[in-house]
Design a protein around this ligand. Structure first.
Ligand SMILES: [Zn+2]
Length: 627
């Protein structure tokens, strides 16, 4: 009987433990590659892919033709018999997944629409040659991915140089990522064949490029030569190595004034840009650029660019825009503020310049270079310009995997964006309330039965604006403001950026780093916010005076999510008091009695008085004495 009772008790405890919000999160076992602290381990490795590219743009036909050498170093402990290469222009090929499915445009909250097709343009890349050591290699194209079989296994520590030739026609509209306006403005990204990531977690990562989930890329160095008509100006990832050949003496003289300039120096004025638009310059120019430790390379070219430049902390801030673009005179100031704000808050911007190009792209990021449209409303203009630069931190510096985890890329970026927007518009109604959007979006987008957990792959998300952008930003806002406090949170987040700079973090590395740096077990928090669609409903059940100097406040947690409680007490004498209760209040179950030692009579109690939580039923957050 006794023994039986003991077993029953144990079984009961077991079943309670299984549903406890505080049960351990099942994360991958730490290894020598990825440590229990969340830092890269002593045996951390990642592959290296460096590129030497020579490309020529024929603006009469918009045909881009290139040759490239890919220097690929196998730092993995595995012998590789084949490699995967991304050929993303094939998203515009007739047989791509995108075209076969005739994927409709993706609607974002706020009316922004992303159409990942070429809007009827049929194109794709032609691989003219893919070889190594003078011999062609067998390759198998599978939409936007291509498997290349190696002539001999690539041993651990060995390197190989691939020799590649290719061409494609630049689409007028390139799925919101790249494209052109006639032959007067080219914005080129997702263009050259580039290596897929091989990592210690998934091996090869050949997830197709369908549209959502932009990229997961290896780091390396680039040496790029772009040949274009002589009248075109180029903005690109990387540093121009031959300024005398590509820039006029006037431009070079003005660039000389940029160092230390807080305000924009007009490198090409409106009058000059307008005059250039009418000129036809004969011949071609070759632009030679290099970039170190980047995961991608993009560029833009136009004969009509206006160009403003300033500098912050040795970083040159460039804005290129068409003479018609408004209100782009302020864009350089916005860009400079953004780079400074993110650098000071999350870690220093690592490259020599930060450049944005105004054009047809709705907003796209590449290392050192972003594509941003002109938007009438100043706040929205700042948001998109600043958001794309936020990607220089996530994922250009912290190289996470957006094909699987957009919340670590778009989401972390959106979170830091709210801080930048609050800073730029500080003291205005917009700046002081912009973050409230997150709670408004919660009520619109977190629909029970429809909402999907953050961990869902981007191509499987029905509401990408919520799951990839807004909800992760709300999650980190709650973590900062309600769980860790600003100082601890920011210290932990900065350490995550520092540890995984130019590396490939996985979700567990992030979770472990935040726990490591805060000293807190946050399994409950990640389970609720990342792996489930748990909802929060904190409630005051009743309030009772006990004896002469105590009041008991009976609280309950009525939904699946647990969060700490902030209680506001109002007393009969008109005074109020705010009491925070840590998360451990829910350790023993979903009811908690808050004992308030005070001789004063409590007349009202409010949970979450500043309304910072996405509490799904605020009606039960308040208790009042009946007058
Ligand atoms: Zn983004």
């Amino acid at each position: 009987m006794i023994a039986l009772l003991a077993v029953t008790t144990l079984a009961l405890q077991q079943s309670v433990a299984d549903t406890s919000p505080f049960r351990a999160l099942a994360l991958p076992t730490p290894t020598r590659v990825r440590s229990a602290s969340g830092a890269p381990g002593p045996l951390y490795w990642q592959q290296e892919a460096s590129y030497r590219i020579q490309a020529t743009l024929d603006t009469a036909t918009s045909l881009l033709t290139g040759t490239e050498t890919i220097h690929y170093v196998n730092h993995s402990p595995d012998s590789l018999t084949f490699v995967w290469v991304q050929i993303e222009q094939n998203i515009f090929a007739k047989n791509s997944i995108t075209y076969q499915l005739n994927q409709p445009p993706l609607h974002f909250a706020g009316g922004a629409v992303f159409d990942f097709t070429g809007k009827g343009f049929i194109g794709g890349i032609t691989i003219d040659r893919f070889g190594a050591g003078g011999k062609a290699l067998t390759r198998t194209e599978d939409g936007t991915m291509m498997r290349v079989d190696l002539a001999a296994p690539l041993a651990p520590g060995a390197a190989i140089d691939f020799d590649v030739a290719w061409h494609f026609t630049v689409p007028p509209y390139g799925g919101g990522r790249m494209g052109r306006v006639g032959n007067r403005l080219y914005e080129i990204g997702q263009w050259y064949p580039r290596m897929a990531v091989y990592d210690d977690v998934h091996g090869w990562n050949p997830l197709p490029y369908i549209g959502a989930g932009e990229f997961y890329l290896e780091y390396g160095d680039f040496d790029v030569t772009l040949t274009l008509p002589a009248g075109y100006l180029v903005a690109a990832t990387g540093t121009v190595l031959n300024p005398e050949e590509v820039w006029s003496p006037e431009i070079r003289q003005r660039l000389g004034q940029v160092k230390g300039a807080a305000d924009r120096v007009q490198i090409v004025t409106k009058a000059e840009a307008t005059a250039n638009a009418g000129k036809r310059v004969a011949g071609t120019k070759a632009w030679h650029l290099t970039a170190t430790n980047v995961r991608d390379f993009a560029w833009a070219a136009s004969p009509d660019f206006r160009w403003d430049a300033s500098s912050w902390n040795g970083i040159q801030i460039n804005t290129f825009y068409r003479p018609s673009a408004a209100p782009w005179e302020e864009a350089n100031k916005m860009a400079r503020f953004t780079i400074q704000h993110f650098s000071e808050t999350w870690g220093m911007y690592p490259w020599p310049h930060a450049t944005t190009v105004e054009g047809l792209i709705e907003g796209m990021e590449y290392p050192m270079l972003t594509f941003v449209p002109a938007i009438d409303k100043r706040e929205d203009q700042f948001w998109v310009l600043m958001h794309e630069f936020g990607h220089e931190w996530f994922p250009m510096t912290v190289g996470s995997d957006e094909r699987r985890y957009p919340w670590m890329d778009e989401g972390f970026n959106t979170f830091i964006d709210y801080g930048a927007s609050e800073g730029y518009f500080k003291g205005t109604a917009y700046g002081d309330t912009v973050r409230r959007e997150l709670l408004t979006d919660y009520t619109i987008s977190a629909v029970p039965g429809q909402e999907q957990p953050l961990i869902t792959k981007p191509v499987e998300q029905r509401d990408l604006a919520w799951g990839a952008y807004q909800k992760p930003a709300l999650m980190l806002t709650e973590l900062r403001d309600a769980v860790l406090g600003r100082e601890t949170f920011e210290r932990a987040m900065r350490e995550y950026v520092r540890r995984w700079r130019f590396k490939h973090p996985q979700p567990a590395d992030f979770f472990r780093t935040i726990s490591d740096m805060s000293g807190r077990d946050l399994d409950w928090f990640w389970r609720e916010w990342v792996y489930s669609t748990a909802r929060l409903d904190q409630a005051v059940d009743s309030v009772r005076a006990v004896g002469k100097d105590s009041t008991y406040v009976y609280l309950s947690n009525r939904a699946q999510m647990v969060m700490p409680v902030t209680l506001e007490l109002r007393y009969a004498d008109g005074s109020t008091e705010v009491k925070p209760f840590p998360i451990e209040m829910w350790n023993l179950g979903d009811r908690f009695v808050a004992r308030v030692a005070t001789p004063k009579r409590v007349v009202a109690v409010t949970l979450d008085p500043r309304s910072v939580y996405p509490d799904v039923n605020r009606g039960n957050n308040v208790w009042k004495t009946t007058p």
